[in-house]
Design a protein around this ligand. Sequence first.
Ligand SMILES: [Fe+2]
Ligand SMILES: [Fe+2]
Length: 186
Amino acid sequence: MEDLIREIERYTIEIMENKRLRDESHDSGHAFRVRKNALDIAPNGIDRITLEICCLFHDLGRAHIDKETPHAQLSVQYALPLLEHLKVSNIDIILNAIGRHSFLNADDDDIYTIVLKDADRLDALGVMGTYRILQSHHTQEEVIKDFKKVLEFIDMLRTPNSKKLALPKQMFSELFLMKFLKERSP
Ligand SMILES: [Fe+2]
Ligand SMILES: [Fe+2]
């Protein structure tokens, strides 16, 4: 299983660090942080290998030239042949979570989808979340809009541990936004 995860990590880096298409806020570092968050918040009984794969592959579609198709759908298209090639178990569960990860919460989200969405949202908050927002926008208005959007993520978290992890990150993001608004117009 260790070998399988190393292979998944290798593909994640290879695809997401593609020089031409690299997106700093959705690089392999983001995928690795989402995995860590997910493992930290995962409830008992979840298959951790399946969860790791969901996280590592969830944004493969960001490293794609096609801007018309939703990236979650592209991630599924990228992931499927790799998962089949590696003879991974629970492919349906993994593709379902990846395909749903960027959409609003749904009542029929399974536990892998719920944990992936929470883990992904956690990386939009706190120091790294702030860095990701700042480096992906060109105007102050875009930055402010994005901060307000990610601060709404707090109410979308569904696992008990994600709410605990989110609190200090939320405080950092709120403080940054408050000071940003105050200091930009003296
Ligand atoms: Fe995504
Ligand atoms: Fe993501």
